[in-house]
Design a protein around this ligand. Sequence first.
Ligand code: TRP
Ligand code: SF4
Length: 438
Amino acid sequence: MKIDPWSSTTYQDYARLRDEFGIDEFDDRLIKNLPNPNKLIRRGIVFGHRGYDLIIDSIKNKKPWAILTGLMPSGKMHLGHKMVIDQLVYYQSIGAEINIAVADIEAYATRGYTMEETKNFALNEYIPNYIALGLKPDKCRIYFQSKNSDVKDLAYLLGKKINWSQMQATYGFTGSSNMSHIFSPLVQTGDILHVQLKKYGGNKATLVPVGVDQDPHIRLSRDVAQSYRLYNVTKTKDKKIGVFVKVDENIKDLLNFAEKKLKQMGFKKLKKITDYKAIYIEDAKEKDIKYINVELAEIEPKKGGYGFFQPSATFHRFMTGLTGDKMSSSKPESAIFLTDKPEVAKKKIMSSKTGGAVSLEEHKKHGGKPEECVVYELFLYHLIEDDKELQNIYTSCKKGKQMCGMCKKYASELMEKLLKEIQEKRKDAIKEIDKYLS
Ligand code: TRP
Ligand code: SF4
């Protein structure tokens, strides 16, 4: 199995996906650390993560951290896209700094739009929706990939540590792939890491909330971030904890610099071996590795490194389309667009694929399957805030007391309210755009 960020495959079995790709579970231990978690988070729709501990550490220790994510301005925004923005709105409410890339280069390279078209999608569709969904201008920056030279420069520079075999293996590029497409993961790596440049406040933990299709980009960015580090902190084969200098210049100076830091941190039994480019920390335990690693990353810019923190990511599930497969802009009947008229949305909901039994009698007798029901999914992801109310629908459905007709009607009403609200807010949003654009 392979995750392809540009295809439209659906991933039903998220636990399997998680195991296969070494994504960690986004479990209660993490959720417990978040104030008033958003429904996507508390309901397990955000099902996996990489390196989220760094974010929790930053929140706990009141250290600065950033969020960066991006969307391709291509076509219309639907409920699936809304999930990313809902998470941003939540994180903004707990004080995070928000950065959003308008992935116009990627949309141009992979979707065949002209740059003019991507700009129109961004300014008339995507950004007004971000604002209408509740993003505030304070500590929020939206930028176009094509207009940010820091991002583009990083893309070029970071490309030095990535070779063609790696790109082929990760993305399945072939001899006929176009170069802009091949380059777009590097631009995304530039997006993700540029917030750690000095100009943007320096190196820090960075969270990238995305759909799981983006995992290849996340892995690439994490690998690149790590490969630019000056120091590596690990446990060696003979079970010693060591700091190793990864570069070939300035070794003595870098060792002394790290040694000083380690002493400040309170470690006493340090054994420096210049020939091995190493300092062994005899009084360190395995659990200290992460902490030492972060402390050293923080000071690397003083020695000319980037000192990138490996970007953290969360992965959310996709929305099932109303037709039963993936929600996709290219199949309008599968998606509810944020610009759909309530009547249109209602029609789509009314003809959607539920988890109801084949006949009314069967349904009453054996109950329905809310876990395979797209109407229930609408409640779960978007329409019902109250967990108890949701739970009631779930159990009534299972017991055969809740009928699909009732659900569809209720979902249509709630959807009408939601769409009207968004559409109302979007009118004012268009005038506000400048407050967000960098
Ligand atoms: N590749 C993402 C998509 O397909 C868009 C994107 C561009 C992005 N840059 C990003 C996502 C940085 C997360 C972080 O929609
Ligand atoms: Fe879905 Fe509601 Fe029907 Fe249950 S009763 S299967 S939740 S539509």
